[in-house]
Design a protein around this ligand. Structure first.
Ligand SMILES: *Cc1c(COP(=O)(O)O)cnc(C)c1O
Length: 378
């Protein structure tokens, strides 16, 4: 029987010819023609002031932590239900992640719990747009403005999703995207820092190029190329930029294909939800999402274990995430939960992610729906 994987990378078609162009041009290091084309694409389609490609979303978040000037003991408010890099990037600068609970509908940070987590040490709020579904950005930006905090959007999963017609990644002071193989648009490993606050642009370019003023030097603004700030090698090679540009050109097509499959699942699980057995994702009004992933909330951890096993026996690979950061070994050591995180603890045990990738066959999609329906009939 044919195995259905959780994810398969989609190759859009032009990747090799763009990489060949880079090889022909013999300019392989970063910030060449394709990297700049990617920057232009992101700036145009997301509407950020400046985009910089990075090796990963992790790298983009690390740049954001440097730009926000995180000092030892500064506090960063974020959900616990997220990938480790959301927290790690700030911990590397001595910051303390302060975890708050999530909303039961979107599984995004509960904006009504942010204010009570703010102390005199708080510097940044990091909303994570889980599954490509937007956080309540109006409220979060209002809280940040009132308390003089920065907002760094972890938009790793949210390329071309929007909040009230504003693309995600264009709202916070800084935002981070991921092009990891498991995301909608990929370059193997890859990411981007998006800048929406003019004041960050010059320093971001310096941090990006190892703490040097290389950019200003090549623009003729300064006459010496030298070490001026902390930084690292955050920029990827042109080979990555070439691959990524071929993907970005197909972004709308890829998102559309995933959306159709997402809708197919959503329709297919109505009956199980009506019977009160499972819960489907909830998308608030006024949001456009990019169908990054499809999940079900199951009755319990035991049911999840049994269902994963049952699907595996039928050659279907499903996965779950995350171990909440506040209950992980490093999360306990470096961060703190502001209160009990009841919703986080509850859903982390019950969430199951189903296969969803642009080339997934509708027959396979139907097979998964039928098997899960059959499982709950038993
Ligand atoms: C994937 C992901 C990251 C990390 O992305 P990389 O590009 O692998 O570094 C960070 N945050 C969230 C929410 C993610 O889903």
């Amino acid at each position: 029987m044919k195995k259905i994987p959780y994810n398969t990378a989609l190759i859009s078609g032009k990747e090799l010819s763009y990489i060949q162009q880079v090889i022909n041009n013999k300019q392989l290091s970063g910030n060449g023609i394709f990297t700049q084309k990617c920057h232009g694409w992101l700036e145009k389609n997301i509407g950020c002031q400046k985009a910089l490609l990075t090796h990963s979303c992790t790298g983009a978040l690390e740049m954001a932590a440097i730009l926000c000037n995180i000092q030892p003991r500064d506090e960063i408010i974020m959900p616990s239900y997220t990938f480790v890099s959301t927290a790690n990037a700030f911990v590397l600068r001595g910051g303390i992640p302060v975890f708050v609970d999530i909303c039961l509908d979107t599984l995004n940070i509960d904006e009504s719990l942010i204010e009570e987590a703010i102390t005199s040490q708080t510097k940044v709020i990091v909303p994570v747009h889980y599954a490509g579904v937007a956080c309540e950005m109006d409220k979060i930006m209002a809280i940040a403005n009132q308390h003089n905090l920065f907002v760094v959007e972890d938009a790793a999963q949210a390329l071309l999703s929007s909040y009230q017609d504003k693309p995600l990644g264009s709202i916070g002071h800084l935002s981070a995207l991921s092009f990891h193989e498991t995301k909608n648009i990929i370059s193997g490993e890859g990411g981007a820092l998006l800048i929406n606050d003019q004041n960050f642009i010059e320093r971001a370019q310096i941090i990006w190029e190892k703490g040097t003023n290389r950019h200003q030097f090549f623009q003729g603004i300064v006459d010496k190329y030298t070490w001026v700030d902390i930084g690292s090698s955050f920029l990827p090679s042109e080979l990555i930029g070439a691959f990524l540009y071929a993907q970005l050109e197909k972004c709308k097509f890829i998102n559309r294909k995933k959306k159709l499959l997402w809708n197919y699942y959503h329709q297919g699980f109505i009956e199980l939800e009506k019977k009160g057995i499972i819960r489907r994702p909830i998308i608030p009004l006024n949001l456009k999402h990019n169908a990054h992933l499809y999940y079900l909330l199951l009755p319990s951890l035991a049911v999840r274990q049994n269902l994963i096993k049952y699907l595996k026996e039928n050659d279907i690979n499903t996965v779950f995430h995350y171990i909440p950061l506040h209950s992980s070994p490093a999360g306990k050591k470096y961060g703190r939960a502001n209160t009990e995180l009841n919703v986080t603890d509850d859903i982390a045990d019950r969430l199951l992610r189903l296969p969803l990738f642009p080339t997934l066959d509708y027959n396979d999609c139907q097979k998964i729906i039928d098997l899960i329906t059959k499982f709950f009939k038993k």
